[in-house]
Design a protein around this ligand. Structure first.
Ligand code: MEV
Length: 287
């Protein structure tokens, strides 16, 4: 019996544009998903990723799984990537990170057809990464504590549907959408620099700019805007949706002395604040 855990993730900058070759910044979070191989249990989550992972690295053996997820009830933390990574690692504990990334990314693409792989990289490497689609670049950023607040909007979103919607928009208005992607790409590079300097106030500003671009892409929602507005009004340095949009989570960068007030404001506006730490450890063998 082997137990492996992998972290969830939060996209800090660059969602959607990353699918088209621009960089993004992602951080691993303290909420983890655990896969134990050997005993049969109730698997209440989407089994497609586990089954595809077993087909990829299962050596033709029969496996039984127990899966425990700290993500249940909160969508957008990347459970598909985490369960794929943890399952593959449980089957080949000695696999190198790069081999694990290539195999896990292939599984995710086989199952859902779309995705940059940033969530897979986050689950494997942990920390905070500067990432290019398909893992062309996976650069860890030397960052200590991120002054991050996370809230679930209460609305589950479909990444695949949102990515398809953006693709249709790009087919219809290629110049406009490509200009937005380019602007997001530039912003991600500026944000990376300021994150390395620890200039959180400036990073917050970039979050606001990124949110404006996401709004222009049409992936924000009324609920997300309400939560983002509440965080801003209560003194956040910056706030944005995180991930595909349409629902799932929002994030805010908040000065330490305003964290309590901002959390209260988000909750009063109908958000569910989730207590997570950023920059968490990547996939690991627990026992
Ligand atoms: C979804 O969490 C982030 C997207 O950029 C899709 C992806 O990168 O796979 C919208």
């Amino acid at each position: 019996m082997i137990k492996v855990s992998a972290p969830g993730k939060l996209m800090l900058f660059g969602e959607h544009a990353v699918v088209y070759g621009y960089p993004c910044i992602v951080t691993a979070i303290s909420e983890r998903l655990e896969v134990s191989i050997s005993k049969i249990d109730d698997i209440s989550m989407d089994r497609r990723f586990v089954d595809a992972a077993v087909r990829a690295w299962g050596d033709g053996k029969n496996y039984a799984f127990s899966i425990k997820s700290a993500f249940s009830g909160t969508y957008g933390f990347g459970s598909s990537a985490a369960v794929t990574v943890a399952t593959l690692k449980a089957m080949r504990p000695n696999a190198e990170n790069r081999a694990l990334f290539d195999a896990a990314y292939k599984v995710v693409l086989d199952v859902q057809g779309i995705g940059s792989g940033f969530d897979v990289a986050s689950s494997i490497y942990g920390g905070t990464l500067y990432f290019l689609s398909g893992g062309k670049t996976i650069d860890p950023l030397e960052i200590q504590n991120l002054p991050l607040i996370v809230a679930y909007s209460g609305v589950k979103s479909s990444t695949v549907e949102m990515v398809k919607m953006v693709r249709e928009k790009r087919n219809k208005y290629p110049d406009k959408v490509d200009r937005i992607f380019q602007a997001i790409g530039t912003l991600v590079n500026q944000a990376k620099k300021k994150m390395l300097e620890g200039d959180w106030e400036r990073v917050g500003k970039y979050m606001d700019f990124n949110q404006e671009y996401l709004r222009d892409l049409g992936v924000s929602s009324e609920k997300l805007e309400t939560l983002i507005g509440a965080a801003k009004n209560a003194g956040a340095w910056g706030a944005k949706l995180s991930g595909a949009g349409g629902g799932d989570c929002m994030i805010a960068f908040v000065p330490p002395e305003r964290q309590g007030v901002v959390k209260d404001a988000i909750m009063s506006a109908g958000g569910q604040v989730v207590a997570v730490h950023a920059n968490a450890e990547g996939v690991r063998i627990e026992s």
